[in-house]
Design a protein around this ligand. Structure first.
Ligand code: ZN
Length: 310
């Protein structure tokens, strides 16, 4: 396999994971977990979301979290921004990047934010201008890129034309998100082949939810096309607000374990990631879905000796 040898992991647990928790996680606990993540070797942490606190009360302390964390050298702390108002709030805090969201599905975008895709794009343009004044980098995540609960499967053509609009507006980093976890590796390969051929200068990231157990297979399909940036969350925390049965993101320790064992450089320490997940498990009082967290790494397995069985 011809795969890229250096991979960037974007830890999204403190945003995508925490936002699904109905019990409020105290700000100090969030800060403790984010500080632990900063020690794993992960270089980008999606730290919080400046969403309307009435919509997601868990994110009501976004500014406090952003201002309360220790900033590790070499780590970028970013925030998810749903609209211009959120961007204005976010830019009052010290942060290293904004991530904006637009859904490729017209009906879902309308339902989610009450705007057409066109209206959302205009708003994103406004945020980009605002962020540029502060020299804050911005990337855009395209939600429901592989399928939508309201519109069904999404064709690469539709995603391509949306990326084209974003590139025209000056965006250079785009995340292709499988928000509800319906993608399969063939679909991912096809999508990324077309996107990378058409937009070679854009930095693409992939965001997968492991809803149907295809998360890491989808990562491999992305790697084979040359994708180097992947989102994941510690312990596989989270779920999906529009798909109640959905599981969370692919687990960071599962992703890092796979990439490190394959000899791809992530700079991330699997054991340190598991330490973070255990802090979350202890706090929530339940197990998180990560495989490696439950079974241990391969090295840990080889250290154990036991009766042979198949
Ligand atoms: Zn997500």
């Amino acid at each position: 396999m011809n795969l890229p040898n250096k991979i960037t992991i974007v830890e999204v647990g403190p945003r995508d994971g925490f936002q699904m928790e109905t019990v409020f996680i105290p700000t100090e606990k969030k800060v403790e977990i984010i500080n632990a993540i900063s020690r794993t070797g992960v270089r980008i942490v999606e730290t919080t979301s400046f969403v309307n606190p009435r919509v997601i009360p868990q994110m009501a302390d976004a500014a406090e979290v952003m201002n309360g964390i220790d900033r590790a050298p070499g780590v970028r702390y970013t925030a998810l921004i749903p609209n211009l108002k959120g961007a204005e709030r976010a830019l009052e805090s010290e942060l290293d990047g904004l991530r904006l969201v637009v859904c490729v599905s017209e009906s879902y975008n309308q339902k989610n934010v009450g705007k057409s895709v066109e209206e959302s794009l205009l708003e994103l343009e406004g945020v980009l201008k605002l962020a540029e004044q502060k020299s804050t980098p911005v990337d855009v995540a395209i939600g429901l890129s592989f399928g939508c609960p309201l519109e069904g499967p999404v064709s690469p053509r539709k995603v391509l034309s949306l990326v084209e609009r974003l590139v025209d507006k000056g965006f250079e980093e785009v995340t292709i998100a499988d928000t509800v976890g319906v993608a399969n590796p063939q679909q991912v390969g096809e999508m990324m082949r077309q996107l990378l051929a058409r937009f070679p200068s854009v930095v693409f990231a992939l965001h997968f939810h492991d809803t149907r157990g295809l998360g890491l297979a989808n990562v491999l399909a992305g790697l084979e096309e040359g994708v180097t940036h992947f989102d994941s969350s510690i312990g596989g925390m989270g779920g999906c607000p529009v798909n109640p049965g959905a599981t969370g993101n692919i687990a960071t320790e599962d992703l890092v374990n796979m990439l490190n064992e394959m000899g791809l450089e992530t700079g991330v320490d699997t054991d340190k990631v598991m330490t973070c997940s255990r802090i979350v498990q202890d706090f929530l009082g339940r197990s998180l879905p990560s495989h490696v967290l439950q079974a241990g790494t391969r090295a840990q397995l080889y250290q154990k000796s036991g009766p042979a069985s198949i």
